[in-house]
Design a binder for this molecule. Structure first.
Ligand code: UDP
Ligand code: MG
Length: 325
């Protein structure tokens, strides 16, 4: 259903831009956003994720010269998920447009997201039609979607990226849930069925390097696979049970002399015990991970142009400081 009165173009938009060492990208992306969306009721929040290359200085400068620009700066690098979460928490407009600092997603494509939001969606995700990233990254994403969606049956919008338009209330609700694995793409479908994807253009990175490494992406994927599906743990428990039964059968067979040489039987038993043990440890690890462990907050803020919660400031959490070695 079309709902123009609720359109981001009408009621306002906070652009959230996570930045980690993007010193050369801040100003060009700011200019592009203003050129494409400057006529809307706009707020722009830069989240500096612990940059060490002067990114914060450029952002501070922009915030001083343009009252639409706000910023939040972290005490260290917490990762892009933490960076956008902070931006979502402090967005003041009813809609959030999430866009990367490196201009890989053209700001003009936000219009396509806005049109889809006007069709009654709470969240709209851009899907790259001509993804301009290295082949390995593209294969990695294909494997990720295959395992997540097809094998583990996790509901994630197909091909969805971080270039998205989301109702601020929905985004904030997800951030405030403080899930052990706050996988935004997989949490949206758990809260609303009104989400969709739209094709958008994609550009190669013009300045700076990708900050998202293979190690981080794999760890992030495992968090999703474990935190949002029971299939892995069920498979592990099932295999453990089967190995146990097999070990029992072998033990009985060797006792009644069916296997002949005791050494071979013992070796097999040992092997099975190792498999069993490893699997049960894995299951335990997965369960602990899924249940969530004691851990610090997702991010800590050192400086901001906006008022932020005391709990989000490092100085407001002396117990955490005390716990550090
Ligand atoms: N980013 C961040 N913290 C990080 C890594 C990345 O805030 O630890 C930001 C980065 O500055 C960029 C966005 O997240 O604005 C996407 O990162 P990148 O372009 O490196 O990812 P890719 O496009 O290669 O997936
Ligand atoms: Mg990029």
């Amino acid at each position: 259903m079309t709902d123009a009165t609720e359109s981001p173009a009408r009621i306002g938009l906070t652009v959230v831009i996570p930045c980690y060492n993007e010193v050369d990208n801040i100003e060009p992306s700011y200019r592009e956003i203003l050129a494409e969306l400057g006529t809307l009721d706009l707020e722009i929040i830069y989240v500096d994720d612990g940059s060490v290359d002067g990114t914060l200085e450029v952002i501070r400068h922009l915030a001083e010269s343009d009252s639409r620009v706000q910023f939040i700066s972290f005490t260290r690098n917490f990762g892009f998920e933490a960076a956008f979460s902070a931006g979502y928490r402090y967005a003041s407009r009813p809609w959030i447009l999430h866009i990367d600092a490196d201009q890989q997603f053209p700001a003009a494509e936000a219009r396509v997201l806005i049109e889809a939001a006007e069709r009654g969606n709470d969240a709209v995700f851009g899907v790259r039609t001509n993804r301009q990233d290295p082949l390995l990254r593209r294969w990695g994403t294909a494997a990720f979607h295959f395992i997540g969606r097809r094998l583990l049956r996790i509901e994630i919008p197909e091909g969805a990226t971080a270039f998205r338009l989301v109702r601020s209330d929905l985004a904030r609700e997800i951030v405030d849930l403080r899930l052990p694995t706050p996988y935004f793409l997989a949490t949206v479908p758990r809260l609303t069925s009104r989400y969709t994807t739209v094709p958008v253009r994609h550009r190669p990175r013009a300045r700076g390097e990708s900050k998202v490494g293979f190690g981080f992406l794999s760890a992030h994927a495992v968090e999703l696979f474990v935190g949002f599906s029971r299939r892995l743990t069920t498979a592990a428990s099932f295999t453990t049970l089967l190995s146990g039964l097999l070990a029992l059968l072998l033990a009985m067979a060797s006792v009644v002399g069916l296997l002949g040489g005791h050494a071979a039987a013992a070796a097999l038993l040992l092997l099975l015990t190792v498999v069993l043990f490893t699997l049960s440890l894995t299951v335990r690890h997965l369960v602990v991970l899924g249940a969530g462990q004691a851990r610090p907050r997702q991010f800590y803020i050192r400086e901001s142009s906006l008022p932020v919660r005391d709990a989000d400031r490092l100085c407001g959490t002396p117990r955490f400081l005390g716990a550090r070695p």
